[in-house]
Design a protein. Structure first.
Length: 111
């Protein structure tokens, strides 16, 4: 007859304790990820965003140096347009389209 000191738990209890340990580890990792995400959201909330402004140029020959598809996808609320020459008809139409989409255009010239 085996002694009580030699008692080894049945196989299912050992497996259950290893699953519990794994779940505790996964839970700890998920809590850490959640805290990092909350800290990043708080940081984004408290840092001043400001108005994002990008620059666009109209070249000396009148062409707008901006891909329109990219402008409509990524252009900020305010665009600074530097005129190095008189815009041609296509550039004027593209600038009107940008303005019509709700963006503010700030025009400036070098001279």
């Amino acid at each position: 007859m085996p002694s009580r000191a030699d008692f080894s738990p049945p196989r299912s209890e050992t497996t259950l304790s290893s699953i519990e340990g794994s779940l505790r580890l996964i839970g700890g990792v998920l809590h850490a990820v959640g805290l990092v995400c909350a800290a990043l959201l708080l940081w984004r909330l408290l840092t001043p965003a400001g108005a994002r402004r990008d620059g666009v140029q109209v070249s000396a020959d009148g062409h707008l140096e901006l891909a329109m598809a990219a402008a409509f996808r990524t252009a900020p609320d305010t665009l600074d347009v530097v005129l190095r020459g008189a815009p041609d008809a296509r550039a004027r139409a593209e600038l009107r389209a940008l303005r019509g989409s709700g963006r503010v255009l700030r025009l400036s010239a070098e001279s």
